[in-house]
Design a protein around this ligand. Structure first.
Ligand SMILES: Nc1nc2c(c(=O)[nH]1)N[C@H]1C(S)=C(S)[C@@H](COP(=O)(O)O)O[C@H]1N2
Ligand SMILES: [Mo]
Length: 309
């Protein structure tokens, strides 16, 4: 264990060994290492996690992370995304960046990832449904991207939208949410160094079901804030509408910070079940801000987190 969390982490150190070898063999066969075109070179050497909280956390298996998913555009069952998301075309992919920015435009995914510092970040990921996983993401700080396009001083929020392409998304015929899936962050949350744009897991390109080719990861917030397959990023001076809040404002607030003291109206948020832990594994206590309080509690100083849930 001890050597795992040094600055010279690489994938074989953090991936359960058999699985790592297994996948490499598989991938070598199908040429999936062509991910090199996008994120490859930067993946060869991975920086250490930026928060001490990742220390000692054992990542969930690749299998858990890619087969137990929420991506309602492909169905509401946990295994629907892994079965259905393969039909989503992720190449070519562009992201429209607009609103209160100096350099608005349609940016190809190649341009977005070009020259950024890709890192591994091992984050605990807590879903609002009271389960959690530990995921070795690959990604870069959202702040990097925002700084490159130039955020204007009047921008107070960032709004995100997921692809909406009904011909490839069997779930969007359902009215369970309003499409496209939308999320938002306050600008200081977006600029926080913990906030990632993820392009991969376990050193490989994101599988579609996890939000290829580009998704948000906000580790101190419930999972639904981590919007997948992003096609639009808008800087705005108004708090943007968000899908789960529009669907049920009483149950899902704009902030959605992980908070064991504020229950969901229909269940407790005090504990969580770690996916992959087995049927009889003990529930774990949920930590304030999902354990990232040292890094982010200051963002909410003076705010009533029961009101701003
Ligand atoms: N576009 C989109 N993004 C989404 C969702 C979704 O249904 N659609 N589900 C959210 C929820 S509820 C969670 S818990 C996480 C799940 O991410 P994972 O499947 O990679 O674990 O994605 C979030 N992002
Ligand atoms: Mo979730």
């Amino acid at each position: 264990m001890a050597g795992r969390w040094k600055n010279d982490l690489n994938w074989s150190d953090v991936t359960p060994r058999a699985e790592f070898l297994n996948r490499r063999q598989l991938l070598a066969g199908v040429g999936a290492l062509a991910v090199g075109g996008i994120a490859g070179p930067a993946l060869a050497k991975i920086d250490a996690v930026k928060t001490n909280y990742g220390r000692g956390l054992e990542p969930n298996s690749y299998e858990d992370i890619t087969s137990y998913c929420n991506f309602y555009e492909f169905g509401t069952g946990k295994d629907d995304p892994s079965r259905n998301a393969g039909r989503m075309k992720t190449m070519p992919w562009s992201v429209r960046i607009d609103g209160l920015v100096d350099k608005p435009g349609n940016y190809g995914i190649e341009d977005i990832v070009h020259g950024v510092t890709m890192e591994e970040r091992i984050y605990r990921f807590r879903c609002v449904e009271a389960w959690s996983m530990v995921v070795p993401w690959v990604g870069f700080e959202l702040a990097d991207l925002l700084n490159r396009v130039g955020v204007q001083p009047s921008a107070k929020y960032v709004a995100f939208e997921t692809l909406l392409r009904p011909s490839e998304m069997p779930g969007v015929g359902s009215r369970v949410l309003e499409w496209p899936y939308r999320e938002g962050l306050r600008i200081d949350e977006a600029m926080n160094p913990l906030t990632l744009m993820a392009t991969g897991i376990y050193g490989e390109e994101l599988p579609n079901q996890n939000g290829a080719p580009l998704r948000l990861v906000v580790p101190w917030k419930y999972g639904f804030k981590s919007i997948k397959s992003i096609v639009r990023i808008t800087l705005t001076d108004k708090q943007p509408p968000t899908s789960w809040n529009m669907a049920n404002a009483r149950e899902y607030g704009f902030y959605s910070n992980v908070n064991p003291e504020v229950d969901h109206p229909r269940w407790s948020q005090a504990t969580e079940r770690r996916i992959g832990g087995g049927l009889f594994s003990a529930r774990e206590d949920t930590l304030m801000f999902n354990g990232y309080g040292d890094e982010v509690a200051g963002l909410y100083a003076g705010m009533d987190l029961r009101k701003n849930f």
